[in-house]
Design a protein around this ligand. Sequence first.
Ligand code: ADP
Ligand code: ZN
Length: 610
Amino acid sequence: MTGSLGTGLEEALARYWGYTTFRPLQRDAIDAVLTNCDSLVVLPTGGGKSLCFQAPASIGSGLAVVVSPLISLMKDQVDTLVGNGVAAALYNSSLTAEEKREIVAGLRAGQYRLLYVSPERLVGEGSDAFLSLLAACGVAFVAVDEAHCISQWGHDFRPEYRQLARLRDVLPGISIHAYTATATARVRDDISSQLGLRNPRVLVGAFDRPNLVYRVLPRSMLKGQLLEVLSRHRNEAGIIYCTSRREVDALAVWLNSQGTRAVAYHAGLDEADRRANQDAFLSERVDVVVATVAFGMGIDRSNVRFVVHVGAPRSIEHYQQESGRAGRDGLEAECLLIYSSADFMKWRVMLETNGELTDAAQTLLRQMEQYAASVGCRHQQLSEYFGDRYSKADCGACDYCLGELETALDATTLARQILSCVARVGQRFGAVHVASVLRGHASEQIAARGHDKLSTFGLLPDASVAELRGYIQQLTALGLLRVTDDAYGVIGLTAKGMVLLKDESSCPGLSLARQRLPRKDLPRTRSRAETESWQDVDRGLFERLRAVRLEMARQRGVPPYVIFHDATLREMARLRPDSLDALRSVKGIGARKADDLGETFLAAIRAHAS
Ligand code: ADP
Ligand code: ZN
């Protein structure tokens, strides 16, 4: 075996990956592997978990066994490793008997640094023979990727993962390392106990993703709202999540009619169509996937520039996981939630029907609702939800901090007007009724109850129903109003709301946002990440390099991001290297990649210059 421990790490990083520095916690995570100490590594999506086990494997003196839940993901990772010059293979049900024989021979000959396997291979039928083969070929350590699959508290439970603890018996004395992006303490504890980790080093990264811009819009004229997002992302990749298959199909058809190349993805399509559509997205033949949440795990396309949720997910964990598929390459990306209060009602009904409406589920749903309706920095809200402190006063990357939300001029007075109206209708009506009274809309029902005689009738004649609903949601999120969880959604005052009615100084700093509707004339604000990642980049050259990459990817039958990430192409379009040596200093280009693809890309850069 070649390569010395530890000292070879920096060299390997530069040679195989073309990186010069580690991301936060990568170094510690790699140390755990190199010192044979079990570990549990929690890093957000895009945080660079793969490198934590790939780098030590590339310099170590044994075989790294990587357990990974999805065949497509495995293939991408192995293709990328091989492209970088690291010997790796996969072993799963997608292989022919001949391919399997070849790999087994390779294993016996000690040819590979990493072997990716599906959990079924390790615990299912016929796994004994395979395990003894592994035991005989010098396994250095085991890496369990997407380790939250072991927990019922996670968002993607896979029963096979439960039996991975067996690995301990078959491979005694070998360290086990678990990797996940799911942050809650319960999932973390579950992983540790189910895998039988011994004194694991627990490394939990910061959850904030500064390159993501978070926006929230109340749903209204959905198509207009979508067109607005798409106009910011022409020819860029995006995922649009919907809550129903019907909406997925309808939107996919409509997007194509609008000139956006889009495909649908949901569990109602047959396997072949699903695969073909996923493939079209991964290989950049289409830009947009409209999908239910069935789509996503195993999506390694790193240059997804926007994720839109049409309809709120059922928890912030789900939202974090799904929206987190944007911007994995660290470049700017946008996450937009388009929601309506009906989404939450639908979830309650659905969970109730399935007997899953537990107190925990209710709480998760309410927290999601609060996120959607509240006003404030989104990065701060998300970080705090996951137990991180957030100290930046202005994130420069959310609708609130970018000044896109209009705040109500005198929030305290406005809040008191609404609270007072709720009190005067006897805390016995829902949002629509309260809004109608405030707007001075003398409907039959309002007249019949004498609510047109109230002092609050017509107090806010210029506000729309949607706007007033938005305020009511925000006041609920702020704990000033409460809404019953039944179908009526009856609004009442909380104790804190009562106090504000009596004493206008009881809620200092109260702020309410006017929920904005899509408007063409809104100023286009750029996030900090967007400004920085485009700094000095020749956009024309970047597009040209993208085209070259696509061409290479098609020739080789791999997805484009396996050739180079967008971040690397932008760096090239910034530095415009004119020799192989200069090219090697571009972040993301290792020696092997430079030899293999350097001339092709240099030619494109030269052609662009002339
Ligand atoms: P995760 O599995 O945590 O979601 P990945 O391992 O896919 O994240 O890494 C996300 C992106 O970050 C990839 O494009 C990867 O090449 C890049 N990356 C990882 N580590 C580094 C590093 N030390 N320097 C620069 N880029 C890195
Ligand atoms: Zn912010």
